[in-house]
Write a protein that binds this ligand. Sequence first.
Ligand SMILES: [Zn+2]
Length: 416
Amino acid sequence: MGAPGENLKVNADRLWDSLMEMAKIGPGIAGGNNRQTLTDEDAEGRALFQSWCEAAGMSMGVDTMGNMFATRPGEDPEALPVYMGSHLDTQPTGGKYDGVLGVLGGLEAVRTMNDLGIKTKHPIVVTNWTNEEGTRYAPAMLASGVFTGRHTQDWAYDRVDAEGKSFGDEIKRIGWVGDEEVGARKMHAMFELHIEQGPILEAQNKDIGVVTHGQGLRWIECTVTGKESHTGSTPMPMRKNAGRGLARITELVHEIAMKHQPNAVGAIGHVDVYPNSRNIIPGKVVFTIDFRSHLQEVIDAMLAEFAEKAPQLCEEIEVGLDWEIVGQFDPPAFDEACVGAVREAAERLGYSHMDIVSGAGHDACWINDVAPTAMIMCPCVDGLSHNEAEDISKEWASAGTDVMLHAVLETAEVVE
Ligand SMILES: [Zn+2]
């Protein structure tokens, strides 16, 4: 029961044909896709995926959030399954690969196991997570969020789209409410293959990104309070200008993030100035700071420095400062053993690789809360995604899928 051989590879043409076949459903207007969640096109894509899974000898389970689980049995009926999964839904002007590669790559890995008669101790499950994109129904990663207990199903069902149609009504309408209780499944591990959606792998000429972490964040809402008064008649020494508080904190945020390069970012993106009049000194400014890093200690350090220095900067100019954390998400650190299996697989297959952090959110970031999880990334042209021009090569797609196949076989334990 050793590692799979270095010659074990998926069928690149079959994978590519499946990607192109799926892309015919919900075509976009510029060569990409519009297959938003819980639309008729989503239902059609789901049915095609199900038919392919059944043709590959798998049985389909569906939970009450519409998450799809295609199972290839293992040799040990007691062993927990190893999952591969991502999402088939797209942005309204989405590409053909974002999410789709992770689902159809999982299917191709199973087809390859079938071709070669490979048996595993653990069952293998290929998953399509409902509404990853979050465009039609915010937030993103909604169904994996319910699966892992971040949201309740009732809350998810109450989400409405721009036309006022609820998630609960639409999932019933397209006929994809399953009978499994959401979140009841237990996992031995999960692997998600995804396009990078950033420019690093292509620029570094690497085939594979070994994803070690996701980004965490803190959103801090600040209210600086001064005194509204006339910009013309108030003597300079007597002014309490809340706008200066904004200016000082804007610089502070930039300096703090710059101290932790290349592991942090920070900016103020949203500002409300009161009363926002040309001839009134701002009496109040409300704004939100967005700090992010993939390292918890960096997030903690940035927050601590802000908490120490910002009140002082405001005090010096005699304006008040109140702040509170209005958004927080700790950086997911993916499972060391699963990440190691991905890295070793890339090595064994002779693919160039580098460790990388996922800048975007993915279902794997949530699943990491409940099971050992890892992600594999492949390059995409110019780092472009959420765009119909999103593009990858057949070689990139199959290399990423080869790595996922090897990592999954290692984790699911091949039985001779
Ligand atoms: Zn995606």
